[in-house]
Design a protein around this ligand. Sequence first.
Ligand SMILES: [Zn+2]
Length: 311
Amino acid sequence: MKQTACPICYEPSNRGHTKLFVLGNEHQYQIRECSHCKSVYTFFDIETDMQAYYEDENYKLRNTHKSIFYRIQAYEYKQVIRHIQKSITPKHPFLLDFGSGKGLFLYFAKQSGFDVKGVETSIPRADYAKATFQLTIHTDYYTEGKIFDESFDVITCFHVLEHLSDPKNLLRNLVAANLKEGGLLLIEVPNFSSWQSKWAGKYWLHLDAPRHLSHFTPLRLKSMIEHIGYTVIKEKYFSFHLGIIGMMQTLFSFFGYQRSLIIDMKEKRSLGLLIGIIIAFPIALLLECIASLIKKGGIIRYYALKNQKTI
Ligand SMILES: [Zn+2]
């Protein structure tokens, strides 16, 4: 695929879009800001095999069951589940996780009594979720219409929208056909206007071009959610596993580090890396806590409800 227009408002890139960064050895990817709607996106005009990017080393399926990552994610997901239970009436709702990955969030939601289903187009990840957690996962590529027979009380999208070529349209179709009246929509994406993004620039962990096609700010994400008829009722900007690691990588980037900290933590556990992490962790934690208070944390997590029709 190529991406030569704004994925949110479709305005062509040649209409004065601002070039923010140039990435890649051959300068093949650019981060641009749309002059019309101010959305930030990855521009590339060379035909790119996206499938290959999803099969490369950085995206390989790893069994992290019972690892430190697993424990941190478990803690974080259980908090999200409590927030969902506080936000809607059914305490054991039907929940659809769109882009369910290895099924970890669905597993914890199921443990809390939710009736859960997932959508995941990566077959190895979907198979892992089915085999490890006995989950029901739909694997077809979604464009529109109903996915399962039932409608859902909650739809969650963790780190999905930034990967889509037409995120607003897909989100509109997804909730219109699959979310019940009064249902809750939960969206989490990386925060392009976070401190960790601004400080690391093109070395930000969550820039991840070209897999990330859009780079959302709170303002742009909220505007997109409102545009499809939903209102944000709760917002969070703090994530233990993605926010802190993102900030640690930003701190490392000040010393010339240009690799992915997530991959290195999983595969290259050298003494130097361990010492670096021990030193950086408390600083990253403190900075992320302060940043998230002023909407500058590494992620944006919005809980949204459909706008009430006025008579
Ligand atoms: Zn635009």
